[in-house]
Design a protein around this ligand. Sequence first.
Ligand SMILES: [Ca+2]
Length: 239
Amino acid sequence: MAAVSITMGKLIAGIVIAILAASAISVGVSMLIAGPQGPEGPEGPQGDTGSQGPQGEQGETGATGPAGATGPAGSAGATGATGLQGPRGYGVPQKGNISVSFSAFVPTSSDISVTYSYTNGLANGETSPLYCYAPLQLPHGTTITNATFYFFDYDANYFEFYLLRQNQTGYGIIGQVYNTPGADTPGNAHISFSSIGTNYATVDNNNYYYYLLIYFPYSSIHSSYYQFHYALIEYQYPA
Ligand SMILES: [Ca+2]
């Protein structure tokens, strides 16, 4: 038995050795098949980019920003159109007038008689017609535009009224008017120039004096049937 055991021991040992040897052989075989590792190859080309992913969700609204700075002032507007001309001021009158009372009239001669009365004005104190005149002082450069005479006529004859200018060499009639000639008896009345002699109407105080002249009729009934009260002279300033 012992021999067998030894033999068995040898056998086992032989198997173990055989196994070890086989292992060594397999290792050797495998080493023979793989061989030594070669150098790493070059990197391959990059692959295609993948498709874009879906859009993300919208973010929350941010806080309100600070107010901006005040802008610069705008430029001045264009000049407006010129306005309409205003009315003439009161300091520059366009027209003027002057009234001449009966008491300013005197007869053309000192030996001619006339009467003056607050109620009857100027009356004829003679037994025939006569002339009376009164000075007329108007602004130099103005133009005489009209004259009106206020009187009382209660008999058949009639007044004649004149406005004249005169100097040492002669006179010029600027305007004249008669109350209706004939047997009229108008009572209180007034009449105005129907026209003005434009050649003389512009007042030239440097070379002329101006006056009113009345042909005064006579009434055989009573001197109060013809009365002269006053005259109104109108004139105009140069434009
Ligand atoms: Ca008359």
